[in-house]
Design a protein around this ligand. Sequence first.
Ligand code: ADP
Ligand code: MG
Length: 201
Amino acid sequence: MSEHSKERTLVIIKPDGVQRSLIGEVIRRFERVGLKLVGMKFSVPEPNQVEEHYTLDPEWKRKVGEKAIESYEKKGLTPPSTDPVNIGDTVVERLKGYMTSGPVVVMAWQGAHAVELVRKLVGGTEPRSSDVGTIRGDYVLDSYSMADTNDRAIRNLIHASGNVDEAKQELAHWFADAELVEYRLVQEGILYDVNLDGILE
Ligand code: ADP
Ligand code: MG
């Protein structure tokens, strides 16, 4: 089996995704592309779990702030602050309220290019501008300006790790090693085996 098939990523269906009855739809989209579910839990996160998740990368606050500023400027609007870290601090506080408002589904998905593929299917951070066909683009309409007006996090249904390093840290944060199941899915023969020689009788 190709080493590529071992890549894993973390996905969380956020409280609004659960409330919108999108658990099945989200799972369907990852299943149909060929990814394998290797871990899953359902619970209401604790505020410190959320804060730790979003501060695993010490650079995250700056990056999230820069993204917000760029989005405002692209639309010819004035951002709420010119200091990205200041925006990042605000976003973490808002996320603690958002992510602990109800149950979430935390999942680990595995397969070739899992991190990149899941991000592609999930779409950009702001549903207002995320591509048609993506989960965020298809099922919700929130924006930076709506979130800032109401002093809350952007409601975008789902979290997905941004890169392979982030995925490793986030998986370790939400799952013990023993909670991630190693098993073979029958379809992996078609996706990964070098020769398709087991089909014809
Ligand atoms: P992504 O989830 O696309 O990786 P980020 O890691 O940049 O996005 O941000 C994490 C989450 O924080 C977003 O999914 C969104 O819910 C929320 N968020 C990001 N930026 C803002 C902002 N400027 N205002 C409110 N909420 C935000
Ligand atoms: Mg992110």
